[in-house]
Design a protein around this ligand. Structure first.
Ligand code: HEC
Length: 393
């Protein structure tokens, strides 16, 4: 019953997380687009730096941008902040439900590091805080005047953290942990820099003073960081479905390259909004992705050796997998077969050979945290059976 309730909690929170993330990233993309498409107002109007006409959903819209602000503040002002806050709240809840509640298998992998579930959770939370502190420190250091160097140092820190985490957590937990660190930085940028800066500007105006432009400059910088992190973070959100990435021996490098490809593609759109179409950026992104795909492609397993019978493989599957992958799982915390994968009869196993190969032989991410103690010999046995044609009779 408890696992069943956890399933519902997971469903509802994941649903919410997706919706709020779409709303946040959607508005953020929209405002970047808007900013880059503004044209000088005609006729010129006092305080208005740009305007744009658009049509959507059967209505015409005429937006104006004021620099720094209109003479008179309107009574109703929309802030666009709860999308970001709720994305973080739901994201953290999802981390708790999916990873912390089952930390023993979802974060810990005893073949990587023999730590307790409590220690894994403490490390996860600690690293989220550490990443935020380091990033904030970098942004407030002298590097803040050099966007390129700041980005480079931040990126190197991220890679070192990812590589270090792969010696602490099981493969699947590492990417999500990095995603949680980046997502927290992004939301903190909104909550601690962008929104307070806007508030200070408004307060100054209400006092009849000219707002200090530094708040706008800082906010813009953080907002640009968020902009380039968006595509990589969304990749991490969906990466759990792709063990070929997070399950690779050099998972940190795979992540680094996909991160760069995402940022390059985002850069293309940022330039394009400003009227510059530089195809080289997305092209470089695609070349990098293709290179990664080629590099991490599964090497054919050797079929050489004794012929493996289905009976041998089946006894391994029944011993190591069906505590979870059964119509009635016995593993605590599992109410139903994860991913709908039931490994109890030969016909179904035959249909799932590709997936089993991907999860067990190529990326070695199943069983999670190697909870049921699948040995290397057993893994090799399954690999050889598949290489020999995966006969199930
Ligand atoms: C401790 C529980 C547990 C054990 C034991 C376990 N798995 Fe899994 N398995 C999971 C979870 C959790 C997922 C992820 C489901 C998801 O992503 O929604 C999963 C996913 C899978 C998938 C992929 C589903 C997809 O959609 O691609 C396959 C295939 C798989 N497991 C095979 C195995 C095999 C083979 C074994 C035994 C060697 C095994 N698992 C042992 C929990 C387990």
């Amino acid at each position: 019953m408890e696992a069943y309730m956890l399933g519902w909690a997971s469903l509802l929170v994941r649903w919410l997380h997706l919706i709020t993330a779409i709303a946040w990233i959607g508005t953020s993309f929209y405002f970047v687009w808007l900013d880059n498409h503004l044209e000088p107002p005609s006729p010129p109007r006092k305080g208005v730096s740009g305007e744009i006409w658009s049509v959507h959903g059967g209505g015409f819209y005429n937006k104006h941008k004021y620099l720094v602000a209109p003479d008179q503040l309107p009574e109703k002002l929309h802030w666009f902040k709860w999308e970001a806050y709720w994305t973080w709240i739901s994201g953290f809840l999802l981390l708790v439900i999916t990873y912390y509640a089952r930390a023993g298998s979802m974060l810990v992998d005893r073949s990587v590091a023999d730590i307790s579930a409590a220690a894994a959770i403490a490390i996860s939370v600690g690293m989220i805080v550490l990443a935020q502190v380091v990033y904030e420190g970098l942004c407030r250091s002298r590097l803040c005047n050099n966007d390129g160097l700041l980005g480079l140092v931040g990126f190197v820190f991220l890679l070192v953290a990812t590589a270090a985490l792969s010696h602490v957590f099981g493969a699947r937990g590492v990417y999500i942990q990095v995603g949680a660190m980046l997502g927290t930085i992004m939301v903190a940028n909104v909550a601690m820099v962008i929104i307070p800066g806007q508030r200070k500007m408004i307060d100054a105006m209400l006092r009849g003073e000219t707002p200090d432009p530094i708040h706008g400059i800082r906010g813009k910088q953080r907002s640009m960081h968020n902009n380039y992190m968006t595509l990589p973070v969304v990749f991490i959100m969906i990466s759990g479905h792709y063990p070929m990435t997070y399950g690779h021996d050099q998972a940190w490098l795979v992540l680094a390259l996909i991160f760069i490809a995402g940022a390059l593609i985002r850069h293309f759109f940022n330039l394009r909004h400003k009227g510059r179409t530089v195809i080289a950026y997305p092209l470089a992104g695609v070349v990098i992705l293709a290179g990664v795909a080629f590099w991490i492609a599964p090497r054919p397993q050797s079929a050489a050796g004794d012929v493996v019978t289905f009976a041998q493989v089946n006894s391994v599957l029944q011993a190591r997998c069906t505590s979870c992958h059964s119509s009635t799982p016995t593993q605590p915390g599992f109410a139903q077969a994860p991913g709908g994968i039931v490994l109890q009869n030969p016909e179904r196993i035959a249909q799932l050979v590709d997936k089993i190969n991907q999860q067990v032989v190529v990326s070695r991410v199943m069983p999670p945290g190697n909870l049921t103690g699948l040995t290397d010999d057993e893994r090799a046995l399954i690999g050889r059976w598949i290489a020999q044609g995966a006969v199930t009779h």
